[in-house]
Write a protein that binds this ligand. Sequence first.
Ligand code: PGA
Length: 254
Amino acid sequence: MNFKNYSKIIVANWKMNGSFSLINQYKNYLKKNYIKFNKKIAIVICPPFPYLTICKNKFKYKNIFLGAQNLSLSDNFSKTGEISSSIIRDTQCNFVILGHSERRNLFKESDKLISNKVNESLNNKINVIICIGENLSEKRKSNTFKVLKKQIYKSLSNNCSPKNTIIAYEPVWSIGTGKTPTIEEINKIHTYIKKILNIKYHLKNYKFKVLYGGSVNKKNSKDILSLKSVDGVLVGGASLNIIEFAHIINFNKN
Ligand code: PGA
């Protein structure tokens, strides 16, 4: 997938949700409405592992891609219950979400581990969506920029480039809470992230795509997606309802 072909990238992160029934709701809705979708918007659906292949078979549209939500390092294959990058690759998945705050917090994933996973995914030709974001106490101490810079330097890897890596700015305090930064704050923070990525990777223009994630819904998506510094959104809760999710995808028609 060439990211440059798309004006925005909209990701559905189903987290530990989903069912055959949800897949069929998506399928039926897309069958009737896909024709009206803007084909310059890439849609990446990230269901739990067992649903990847069925989603692959049911969502055969040129701008719809699939993503996994995690992977395990292939340092040792005797890891009962884990999924490697080569298995993900085998399911023809184009993306993997790495560094999500739920994995950083609940599963104690460090920047170093995330960076190793990023490196391995890219070596297996799986594009990465790397999540970064400050928590509430870091925000209150005005440490947002410092935290983001550290995460960019430590969670990415040397083989990241604007062709294989997407960054998702997800303030932890915004995930699932209904709270979001202001439009001005999102713009300022996205511009900062792009600037730091340029410095780290010695780039001239802003080339990395940076998505916003955290309580995106049909009401706020238009304002967020209309910002030039926002290359798309990562949607959790609102992606579990195809009508609401489609509303977000069609933000410039509503
Ligand atoms: P939310 O989740 O949209 O439900 O806030 C976003 C995410 O965690 O990726």
